[in-house]
Design a protein around this ligand. Structure first.
Ligand SMILES: NC(=O)c1ccc[n+]([C@@H]2O[C@H](COP(=O)([O-])OP(=O)(O)OC[C@H]3O[C@@H](n4cnc5c(N)ncnc54)[C@H](OP(=O)(O)O)[C@@H]3O)[C@@H](O)[C@H]2O)c1
Length: 366
């Protein structure tokens, strides 16, 4: 018997921990013991965009034979997380028991996969319902084949899935010559994706990066040293409105965006829409028809760069930023590692409420 966490797709506060009967493992499959895996605001966004982008489809309970009452297959979904698994049973000749992998996972203690497209570095999960989904999320990495997993193992699940996006935002802005701006303004500056972006922009030293955050998170953001300046949401009008500004929006908060647009007016050159960490705020849908903007979907930008640089070239450039960022993280982030459903649900509630503190990373196993 194993366990998994279900979330009501219409009301994320409603969750259910259910038991799953473990059948004999199918030929060609592996069984993984999952954990630890990380929880950040990004996981909430996966659910918010679960229908639009398709994140609900990766671990849909009914595709895994999880018993549901009639109609419950529509109600319940599984929130995807990033983390580790260890092979406990294998009926796949090329994957050995004890092998550790890293990838996109459901919240469960045990999970079966069908390794296909095996390389020395990893495989794709070839379970039938996943084959039409994005390969980035279907890919698992053998941790012993990627030397970067050898350092800061607990930080990896917290920061790794976010930092690739950070790296690509910096790359995208530089490629576009910062849309003619004199500064980058990042909204929800305390989020890990924002911090990674500010870190990359600082390393590039092209134009200064300014952070916008909650009053309670301002000291933390200042303390990282990644931003030239930091303002709280209630001090937006203290910024110099004459500076041409490109916005990177991790917050998706309509009220904040309207205040920023009213303040800078035509000096906003572009809005790069990345996230909706303020998921329960008024949505940020309008640019008042004035400002060019675009949704930033990291897998698309990665695909374009891999086509141009090749896989090795991409990894080399990413690694040159990633390893120093990981090294820096011990100065501003501590990781709490817990097991069991109680601490998980407590932190999950804090994530939903926006009360989790940005100086902590959270790792769990069931
Ligand atoms: N488009 C893409 O490809 C892509 C890729 C990666 C991440 N993202 C997005 O980037 C965003 C940040 O993700 P993350 O995992 O880096 O976040 P995180 O580190 O968990 O961010 C925490 C911060 O988000 C803000 N926040 C979180 N929940 C909130 C709430 N309920 N109410 C108000 N503020 C809240 C707070 O920042 P402040 O006080 O500073 O506002 C908080 O310190 C997410 O929306 C994520 O989906 C997008």
């Amino acid at each position: 018997m194993s366990q998994t966490l279900l979330v009501n797709k219409q009301d994320f506060a409603e969750v259910a921990l259910v038991n799953i009967k473990e059948d004999a493992l199918d030929d060609g499959c592996i069984r993984l013991k999952l954990g630890p895996w990380a929880l950040t605001a990004n996981n909430i966004t996966y659910m918010l965009t679960g229908d639009q982008i398709g994140y609900w489809h990766y671990f849909n309970p009914t595709d895994y034979g999880i018993q549901m009452d009639e109609g419950d297959g529509i109600k319940w979904g599984r929130m995807p997380v990033w983390g580790y698994g260890e092979v406990t049973e294998s009926r796949c000749a090329d994957v050995k028991v004890g092998q550790r992998v890293y990838g996109f996972l459901p919240i469960a203690d045990s999970f079966d996969m069908r390794p296909v497209k095996l390389t020395p570095h990893g495989f794709q999960d070839g379970m039938e319902h996943r084959t039409k989904l994005h390969s980035l999320y279907n890919g698992l990495t053998f941790t012993d084949k990627d030397p970067s997993f050898g350092v800061h193992q607990d930080l990896q699940p917290v920061l790794r899935p976010l930092f690739t996006t950070s790296f690509l935002i910096d790359d995208f802005l530089a490629e576009k010559d910062f849309f003619g701006a004199e500064q980058v303004l990042i909204l929800s500056a305390s989020s890990k994706t924002a911090l990674g972006t500010a870190f990359c922009l600082k390393q590039r030293s092209a134009i200064p990066t300014v952070g916008l955050t909650s009053a309670r998170n301002k000291d933390f953001v200042d303390g990282t040293g990644f931003y030239a300046n930091t303002y709280s949401y209630d001090a937006i009008t203290d910024m110099n409105p004459d500076v041409k500004t490109v916005i990177v929006d991790m917050a998706g908060n309509g009220d904040v965006m309207e205040t920023v647009l009213d303040h800078f007016e035509e000096n906003i050159t572009y809005i790069c829409r990345v996230g909706i960490s303020h998921w329960d705020a008024k949505p940020n849908v309008s640019t008042k028809g004035k400002t060019p903007s675009g949704f930033f979907f990291a897998p698309d930008q990665a695909k374009a760069r891999i086509a141009e640089w090749g896989g090795a070239g991409f990894n080399q450039r990413l690694g040159a930023r990633w390893l120093p960022f990981l090294d820096s993280a011990s100065d501003w982030l501590s990781v709490e590692k817990q097991s069991g459903v109680e601490p998980l649900l407590q932190t999950y509630k804090e994530m939903l409420d926006g009360t989790a503190t940005p100086d902590k990373g959270y790792l769990f196993s069931l």
